[in-house]
Design a protein around this ligand. Sequence first.
Ligand SMILES: Nc1ncnc2c1ncn2[C@@H]1O[C@H](COP(=O)(O)OP(=O)(O)OP(=O)(O)O)[C@@H](O)[C@H]1O
Ligand SMILES: [Mg+2]
Length: 506
Amino acid sequence: MQEYLLSIRGVCKSFSGVQVLKDVQLDVRPGSVHSLMGENGAGKSTLMKCLFGIYRQDAGEFFLEGKPFNFTDPKHALEHGVSMVHQELNQVVQRTISDNIWLGRYPTKGPFVDERRMRSDTLALFKRLNIHLDPDTPLHQLSVSQRQMVEIAKAISYDAKIIVLDEPTSSLTEHEVDLLFEIIGVLKGQGVGVIYISHKMDEIFKISDDVTVLRDGLYVGTDSVENLTIEKVVNMMVGRDLKDRFPPKINKPGEVHLSVKNVTTKYPPIVRDVSFELRRGEILGISGLVGAGRTELIQSIFGVRTLVTGEISIDGKLVRNRKPTDSIAHGFAYLTEERRETGIYPLADITFNSTIANIRSYRNKAGFLVNKRMDEDADKQIAAMRIKTPSKKEPIRSLSGGNQQKVIIGRWLLTQPDILLLDEPTRGIDVGAKYEIYQLIINLAASGKSVIVISSEMPELIGITNRILVMSNGRMAGIVDTERTSQEEIFHLATKYLSNTREAEV
Ligand SMILES: Nc1ncnc2c1ncn2[C@@H]1O[C@H](COP(=O)(O)OP(=O)(O)OP(=O)(O)O)[C@@H](O)[C@H]1O
Ligand SMILES: [Mg+2]
């Protein structure tokens, strides 16, 4: 029997003269999970797109069960047992779940699409994967995490020998991640080889058998997970030890800046009677389980949710944020959790994407945009966030997923907001770049801005915040001093108002 299901040898790939893969190799054993790691822009997605027939490599070979192959397009790859969940969702949101799964390979009955069979096939697939969704639901009615689950189900429906998962958990809830890991376990048992890409170290160590690391498009090495530690992987990824994961907290919270009183939202998911104060120069974390109302709380403050009661004051003066333009005028900026869905102008260049939120400030007296200043700011941002790109004139969609995220984060930082609301700011960002983002947040706070950060990563909240507000089932369970708290205390608060009636639906 062939030892490896898939072998990749000597793959090179350039885009308009810039080499992004140099002599890369990878071997995947049957019935194993092989994680592919590396910083944003290291070449992970590009390598997988070469495998899947989206790009044609300039040099190098692929072997499936020992036989050389080269897929000409994704359809070809799928026919030969290789399927892939992409980092960016590419779905037809007006169509139903069934349509999206079977698009292009509808079961037909004579000249007609056999809708009944399509529906029952979808239900059978969902049953296997423990997913509870109605196949007739149009995708635009689903949450991003549900859409991601549909995409995963679709990849599995091809009964492939090799399944590539490129950051599949970026917007999944904890419950859905557990579900996915169970599915991966079953696939392994059937001898499938899974290639897994993620920036979440805990996932990598939980799910992998082997780990391969790329750096700047070069193959660094492969080892089995038992021989690795987080420190070793980070060292392979960035080429040096990262001593501190968090910069020093040099910000000093002062007077009360923002005051939020009795916020209760009108429509579910309900936020009930939340009051707190944010001081000038403070970084306040928001913690809680998925579904606890963290995002909804921030959205109520920013004016995208209707309130039944609630008062918001800035420096003691009452303000009304009925819609986002009100809040922006009051000095708020809001980095949404679903940046890829809502934040990117794919064809426009980096300069446009990073300055658009602030576009008015680039007009001169005659009303014309001053390109020079826009370009300067784009350059500053590329340097500050270490965005990996040959030029600010590149269309944003040619950047790696993590680097696109950095552009969007920088866009909001450039608006010079007084109060910054950040929802999961480091999702999809590699370990090295996370540090740069923490530094930017702390510097902003040190210069007198106030920041609220939602994060599911507890070490991150403890590493950069001054206080942490814990939400539980739509209510505030407490606010703790970061210096004097522990993960146990926060977890305890997060479960304070938990009832079993509000379980996450998948
Ligand atoms: N279509 C393209 N045109 C030009 N450059 C591209 C294109 N696709 C990718 N690149 C470049 O190739 C490099 C590798 O990108 P890739 O998307 O493979 O990174 P990645 O390792 O998946 O990163 P991330 O963790 O951020 O997803 C990046 O510098 C990116 O800008
Ligand atoms: Mg990628």
